[in-house]
Design a protein around this ligand. Structure first.
Ligand code: GDP
Ligand code: MG
Length: 238
C-alpha cells in the first residue's frame, strides 16, 4: 500500500475533533452533488449499528429494534465549504446474525464504520474479523472508522485507550458514541464525511473506481460467509 494513499486521521480526544460538515435537513432532491460516498456499517449483531444510523438520520432512539425493522440504507445530504455531498449509508439489517453479508456492499464502499459495543469485549475482538472480511472484498485504501458504541453504559469491557491504539495500528479513525444518549453521533458521521472528502479529493482514481467500477455490477448478489473463513467454531453459533 502506497504511503500517499494513507488516510491522515487526527487522533485527538473526542471533544477536540473538528469537522466543517453540515447536515442538510429537507434537502432538495434535484440538488447536484460533488461526491456520492457509500459507507457500510459493519460489526456484530446488537452493537447498535441501526440505532446509530436512525439516531443520526431521524434524531430518535428506541430501546428495541427487531432485526426486521433494520433499515437497508439511508441517503443523507451534507455540505462542506463549496462541496455538496451525498452519503449512502448501508446497514446490514439483521443479516449479520447469520454471519452472511452481501459482498456488493463491501466492494463499492468508500468507507466503513466498524462498530463494537464497549460493554462487550467479544464484539471488539471481532472487529479484526470484520476488517479482514471487508479487505478480502475491497482491498483499496478506504476510509475506516472504529466506533465504540454504548459508551453511556457503566459496565465496560473495552477501555478507550485500548481501542484507540487498535485504531491507530490499523489506520482507522476512532470515536466512542452513544446512540442512546446522542453522544458523538453527529460528530462521527460529520468527521468521517470530512475525511472522505479530504482523502478522495486527493485520490480521485480510487473514488472513480469505487463509484463506477465494474466491481459493483459484476459482484451483485454474491454472498459471502463470514464465520467459515475467519473464525473458529466456538460452539455458540452454527
Ligand atoms: P444492530 O444489530 O447492530 O443494528 O444493533 P441495534 O441498533 O438493533 O441495537 C441493539 C440493542 O442495543 C437495542 O436494544 C438498542 O436499543 C441497544 N443500543 C443501541 N445503541 C445503544 C447505546 O448507545 N446505548 C445503549 N445503552 N444501548 C444501545
Ligand atoms: Mg441492525
Amino acid at each position: 500500500m502506497k504511503n500517499e494513499q494513507k488516510v491522515d486521521y487526527k487522533y485527538q480526544k473526542l471533544e477536540n475533533k473538528e469537522y466543517d460538515i453540515v447536515k442538510i435537513n429537507n434537502p432538495n432532491p434535484s440538488q447536484k452533488y460533488d461526491y456520492l460516498f457509500r459507507i457500510c456499517m459493519v460489526g456484530d449483531a446488537a452493537v447498535g449499528k441501526t440505532s446509530l444510523l436512525i439516531r443520526y438520520c431521524d434524531g430518535t432512539f428506541k430501546s428495541i429494534y427487531s432485526n426486521t425493522i433494520g433499515v437497508d440504507f439511508r441517503i443523507i445530504s451534507l455540505k462542506s465549504d463549496d462541496k455538496n455531498i451525498k452519503l449512502n449509508v448501508s446497514d446490514t439489517a439483521g443479516q449479520e446474525r447469520f454471519k452472511s453479508v452481501s459482498s456488493k456492499y463491501f466492494r463499492s464502499a468508500h468507507g466503513f464504520f466498524f462498530v463494537y459495543d464497549v460493554s462487550d469485549l467479544n464484539t471488539f475482538k471481532n472487529i479484526k474479523n470484520w476488517l479482514s472480511t471487508t479487505k478480502d472484498y475491497n482491498d483499496k485504501q478506504v476510509v475506516n472508522f472504529l466506533v465504540g458504541n454504548k459508551c453511556d453504559k457503566d459496565e465496560r469491557q473495552v477501555d478507550y485507550d485500548t481501542a484507540l491504539q487498535f485504531a491507530q495500528e490499523n489506520n482507522m479513525g476512532f470515536f466512542e458514541t452513544s446512540a442512546k444518549d446522542n453522544k458523538n453521533v453527529d460528530e462521527a458521521f460529520g468527521y468521517i464525511t470530512q475525511q472522505l472528502v479530504h482523502f478522495y479529493s486527493k485520490n480521485e482514481k480510487i473514488y472513480n473506481e469505487l463509484s463506477t467500477g465494474d466491481m459493483y455490477k459484476e459482484q451483485k448478489g454474491e454472498e459471502i460467509v463470514f464465520d467459515k473463513k475467519h473464525t473458529k467454531k466456538t460452539g455458540c453459533c452454527k
